[in-house]
Design a binder for this molecule. Structure first.
Ligand SMILES: [Ca+2]
Ligand SMILES: [Ca+2]
Length: 262
């Protein structure tokens, strides 16, 4: 066969692989857009229950998962809000040294964002909050911002809850589809560490922390989410009261009629 023609299927197959790679990790769903205000305080705003839910319970490598999390996400005006509750049977208070020099060795929760879902690890951004609310932000493109230096990149909060801790993120995102990964860092007092991740269809378990091509992905704002308006609730209550009052009047009138018949 002519070499020129032989090359065509190879090129086509490479193109096909390149085009599909960003979606190979699997679609977790749509993060709905909302106009409801969300407060970054590590308390679950009601709107999160209408958001996307992701179980962060997949092992990374061969070590069985211990701590897991449930993350919920909504999108409002260019900001991705993530609220996660981490179940961790042994929450270890981080040292200042760990926070400032190796924050990945703390009991903490991470969100990785590949902003254009293009599998380019250099564009991937790592957002972390430890169980005391200490933030860290990192890219493989030369940015390391721990503690208050992270303020220019995202907003954050953490709180202790029964059986673990809760974290909440507000992350600027300006695209309709992102590669995303969630990670629980679980340390125990002897210093050992176990990770839990979001599910990846590439690995059948969790994606590697910085293996951006293994990340699952989400769409953003294809759906919307809202809460019932408070005025509607008040009106419904009022309607119910009126109906009850009318029913009482009718019932009373019926009683009068019944009395007259006697
Ligand atoms: Ca909140
Ligand atoms: Ca732990």
């Amino acid at each position: 066969m002519n070499r020129k023609y032989l090359a065509i299927p190879v090129v086509l197959s490479l193109l096909a692989t390149g085009v599909a790679a960003h979606t190979n990790g699997g679609l977790l769903g749509d993060i709905p857009s909302t106009t409801e205000a969300v407060k970054v305080d590590a308390k679950k705003d009601a709107i999160y229950d209408k958001g996307l839910t992701v179980n962060v319970d997949q092992q990374n490598g061969e070590t069985a998962v211990r701590a897991t999390a449930v993350a919920k996400a909504v999108y409002n005006g260019g900001k991705l809000y993530v609220y996660a509750e981490v179940k961790d049977a042994e929450v270890v208070a981080p040292t200042s040294d760990a926070q400032n020099n190796s924050p990945w060795t703390t009991d903490s929760f991470e969100v990785f964002v590949n902003p254009n879902n293009n599998d380019n690890t250099k564009e991937t951004q790592q957002y972390r909050i430890d169980n005391t609310g200490f933030p860290s932000y990192y890219t493989q493109n030369g940015v390391t911002a721990y503690g208050s230096k992270a303020d220019e990149y995202f907003s954050y909060a953490a709180a202790a809850i029964d059986g673990g801790y809760a974290v909440e993120f507000c992350i600027p995102v300006d695209s309709k589809e992102i590669g995303i990964n969630f990670q629980v860092n679980d340390v125990v007092s002897n210093g050992a560490q176990v990770l839990a991740m979001a599910p990846s269809k590439v690995t059948g378990k969790g994606a590697g922390s910085w293996s951006t091509a293994e990340y699952p992905y989400v769409t953003i704002g294809e759906t919307t989410a809202s809460l019932p308006k408070k005025t509607d609730t008040a009106a419904q209550t009022a309607d119910a009261s009126v109906i009850a009052a009318l029913a009482a009047v009718v019932s009373a009138a019926g009683a009068v009629v019944a009395k007259k018949k006697r």
